[in-house]
Design a protein around this ligand. Structure first.
Ligand SMILES: NC(=O)c1ccc[n+]([C@@H]2O[C@H](COP(=O)([O-])OP(=O)(O)OC[C@H]3O[C@@H](n4cnc5c(N)ncnc54)[C@H](O)[C@@H]3O)[C@@H](O)[C@H]2O)c1
Length: 436
């Protein structure tokens, strides 16, 4: 089978299918990426991926190419995993998909099934089918299936082998059965549905998770005002099975390559059918505002941020990945720069990606200690293990003013007093040492 697009989704899917014994070739138009992959080096950071790729290259089940003929000739199954980034109006940009499909349609030379993993609006798989049929050899039979991806970066391999569900949206039973067979060795429940419902399941799921995050952030903001503690409130809420404990973590807001773009896309999809998705509008608005809440706190406690050294700890949109797309850390870095602060950043794996986004507007520190040295505020944005486990005593030793703004509520609040730290989390009472 062929995987088109060797990014976060395509690479993980390809490596996991190869691990289960399938013969997989990953095709990408990015020559540098493919060169790197042929050497067994993944161009992204994802725990366990390097080992999986190396092992399957060695076993001869996983190959990489930029050659369309090699990619698309004599293939039974072609998986589409190219990006669908947002356009300025919030709608997904389907041009990468269109180019990939046109290229594929020119080269396929046998009947096959095309499986779309890219996140696309309802009706897109029908369009893909139309694009293919208008270009391919008319004698060939090609069926298009929607199989949206639900993996989480940072846990992508685990999620592929042990996800909550695999959704297969197919027009015919035979094509659906074929893809179900492809996944038979994965220990994951299969949901069979029609194509448009499958496409919608993906957007509805991400919008719902984003709503949970914005909801708990609103509750956190109220907790601060009424003297309640969001961590206790969330724990108490989460014990109710109807609510569940996941995605009730208050913080600086969601980021990444999926939630921001998929919420905007769903809002756009609703707008196109003349439906005003009011809850989703509020979800996005709250998320946009949440980093500003943290900036307000910084201003209240530090006064002007001009020429102050700010340590920004964590740049990836979440721990376990080097992905900085729509990361709250990048947004916060830009806001701090805008206020005239001297921003020193640190992340265990995402520095290189951040450099492309922030250029020389910030200082890239080689360690947490380097970022914290003489800083007047530390902003925690990604809850990496290294950041959680960093000794609290070092903050007071290294910083000029030991003020910690914890955008992920990941540090132990009860230990702030003994370390003489000013601690400003989200939705908690925090701790401000008394003035002696
Ligand atoms: N990243 C995630 O966590 C995640 C999770 C679920 C769903 N998705 C969805 O999966 C899709 C892919 O996301 P991603 O994060 O893997 O994207 P990505 O940007 O990491 O990878 C996309 C890859 O496609 C390649 N590409 C572009 N045009 C091509 C073409 N014509 N032929 C072959 N390759 C081409 C690019 O070079 C790139 O390597 C998106 O629709 C996204 O919304 C992503």
């Amino acid at each position: 089978m062929t995987i088109t697009g060797a990014g976060y989704v395509g690479l993980v899917t390809g490596a996991c299918l190869a691990e289960k014994g399938h013969e997989v070739i990953c095709f990408d138009i990015d020559k540098g990426k493919i060169e790197q992959l042929r050497r067994g080096e993944p161009p992204i950071y994802e725990p366990g991926l390097k080992e999986l790729i190396e092992e399957n290259i060695k076993e001869g089940r996983l190959h990489f190419t930029t050659d369309s003929k090699e990619a698309y000739r004599q293939r039974d199954v072609i998986v589409l995993a190219v990006g669908t980034p947002e356009k300025e109006d919030g709608s997904p940009n389907l041009s990468y998909l269109k180019n990939a499909v046109d290229n594929m349609a020119c080269h396929i030379n046998q009947n096959c099934t095309v499986v779309t993993k890219s996140t696309v609006p309802p009706g897109t798989n029908e369009k893909i089918s139309y694009w293919i049929h208008s270009m391919k050899n008319p004698a060939l039979k090609v069926e298009v299936i929607s199989c949206p991806e639900f993996l989480r970066e940072g846990a992508a391999i685990h999620d592929t082998f042990h996800g909550d569900r695999i959704v297969i949206g197919a027009a015919s039973k035979e094509a659906g059965d074929l893809i179900e067979e492809m996944y038979k060795d994965f220990n994951v429940p299969i949901v069979r549905t029609d194509i448009r419902s499958a496409e919608m399941i993906k957007y509805a799921s991400n919008a719902f998770l984003a709503a949970k995050i914005s909801f708990i952030n609103e509750i956190a903001n109220i907790c601060e005002r009424v003297g309640a503690d969001i961590e206790e409130v969330a724990a108490g809420m989460g014990l109710d099975n109807r609510i569940g404990r996941h995605f009730l973590k208050a913080g600086i807001g969601y980021g990444g390559s999926c939630f921001p773009k998929d919420t905007k896309a769903l809002h756009h999809i609703a707008g196109k059918v003349k439906y005003q998705f009011e809850i989703l509008e509020a979800v996005m608005k709250v998320n946009d505002r949440q980093s500003e809440v943290m900036m307000d706190k910084a201003r209240t406690h530090l006064g002007s941020l001009k020429r102050k050294k700010a340590a920004l700890l964590g740049l990836a949109f979440k721990p376990g990945t080097d992905d900085i797309r729509e990361s709250q850390a990048i947004k916060l870095a830009k806001a701090l720069i805008h206020e005239g602060a001297n921003v020193h950043v640190y992340d265990p794996v995402a520095m290189h990606n951040a450099e492309q986004e922030l250029g020389n507007a910030v200082v890239y520190s080689g360690s947490m200690g380097e970022a914290l040295l003489d800083a007047e505020a530390a902003f925690i944005v990604t809850e990496w293990e290294e950041i959680i486990e960093y000794p609290l005593s070092n903050y007071s030793l290294l910083m000029k003013e030991p003020v910690i703004l914890d955008g992920r509520n990941c540090l132990p609040m009860e230990k702030m007093k003994e370390n003489n730290l000013t601690y400003l989390p989200v939705g908690r009472k925090g701790f401000i040492p008394p003035i002696c």
